[in-house]
Design a binder for this molecule. Structure first.
Ligand code: FES
Length: 358
């Protein structure tokens, strides 16, 4: 069997033995196995209604371009939504509206293109089988030699190898070039405070009440039944004018109640809980996702991002996954009205371990 190798020469099977029936040699060194079965190909072309009825064809055409126009509308709406619902005031309601409407627009845009393209392909494009023979990937020898010649010539003309001082200074310039971006990104952080300092403290302070997220209703110790888990924010967070999201990202807490006998508390932390009620940072110490899944029977907290697991009964130590340190514990107590309050801020930075090391 002879094949065209696209270099002007015919490639012939290596020999006429049985092996030669099964394998052919490529123009390179690879031995290419033939299919064990004949390629059945596509079924014979069956005319579709759009092939036979011009009216149906027109209708399909209208459907396809309507879907594409719908996609355009979706894209325009996504841009409009970005301007109509700006995230400027740290207003959680506006964030939701912004995300929802941009998402709707983008969804419409993608679905419009997707459905339009599928409908176009299925109802209007030709469905007859056509074969495009795969070409060898490597170029012919003269082509490769030509490419090497061009590279050498370019090197010679530019003096890239010869003029080492210029070449090395160019490499230096390219290496330093990304540094302004680092400075610009630093500018995103508040200018009057060190970022590490900012991340080391949260809104929690002595006497701050623990309140439900997102309603801000204070929590009484008597309301926390054994086995329950609450998502908690500090009192006053909901009323913040500025920086509410940033503060929430640092101060979010999970509150759980276990049988006091099941709690294995470090001696220096025995006073940090109240009658089996413990509070831990909700921010995963791996890369900062919210640890939001609590398994009541095992007392395990699971971070859904990379499956780190923390054992609430044992100081929230890491029992599985990539997190490297326990979730920080918030010392809590009960005030004279029976509400849960913080004894102080966290005693260590919350979130990824990187900040702890700084
Ligand atoms: S962020 Fe929690 S496991 Fe990665």
């Amino acid at each position: 069997m002879a094949q065209d190798d696209h270099s002007g020469t015919d490639v012939v099977a290596a020999d006429s033995s049985h092996e030669a029936d099964v394998y052919t040699r490529s123009p390179g060194t690879a031995v290419v196995a033939q299919d064990a079965f004949d390629n059945p190909g596509f079924e014979p072309h069956r005319p579709r209604v759009t092939d036979e009825d011009p009216k149906r064809e027109k209708r399909a055409q209208r459907t396809v371009y309507s879907l594409f126009y719908l996609s355009i509308l979706g894209s325009v709406w996504a841009i409009a939504a970005y301007m109509l619902f700006p995230i400027e005031s740290n207003d959680v309601g506006m964030v939701r509206l912004n995300n929802m409407f941009i998402g709707l627009g983008a969804t419409l845009a993608l679905l419009g293109i997707g459905f339009g393209a599928i409908h176009w392909g299925k109802s209007l494009m030709t469905s007859a089988e056509s074969v495009d023979i795969r070409h060898p990937i490597g170029g012919a020898e003269p082509t490769k030699a030509g490419a090497v010649h061009v590279m050498r010539e370019a090197d010679e003309e530019s003096g890239f190898s010869r003029r080492t001082v210029i070449r090395n200074s160019l490499i230096g310039a390219l290496l330093v070039f990304p540094l302004p971006a680092v400075v610009l990104f630093r500018g995103f952080a508040p200018q009057d405070q060190l970022p590490v300092e900012l991340l080391s403290h949260t809104m929690w302070a002595k006497g701050t009440r623990l309140t439900l997220d997102p309603s801000g209703v204070p929590i009484k110790a008597a309301d926390v039944t054994i086995g329950s888990a609450f998502h908690v924010i500090p009192e006053g967070l909901a009323e913040l004018e500025h920086g509410r999201l940033e503060e929430k990202a640092k101060a979010a807490v999970l509150l759980m109640r276990l049988e006091p006998s099941e709690l294995n508390q470090a001696p220096d932390r025995e006073s940090w809980s109240y009658d089996g009620i413990v509070a831990y940072s909700k921010i995963c110490t791996h890369v900062g996702c919210p640890v939001a899944l609590y398994e009541q029977h095992t007392h395990h907290l699971l971070c859904p991002c990379h499956q780190s697991q923390f054992d609430v009964a044992n100081h929230c130590e890491v029992i599985f996954g990539p997190a490297k340190r326990p979730l920080p514990q918030l010392p809590i107590a009960v005030d004279e009205e029976g509400y849960l309050v913080a004894q102080s801020d966290f005693t260590e930075p919350v979130g990824p371990s990187f900040w702890e090391r700084s």
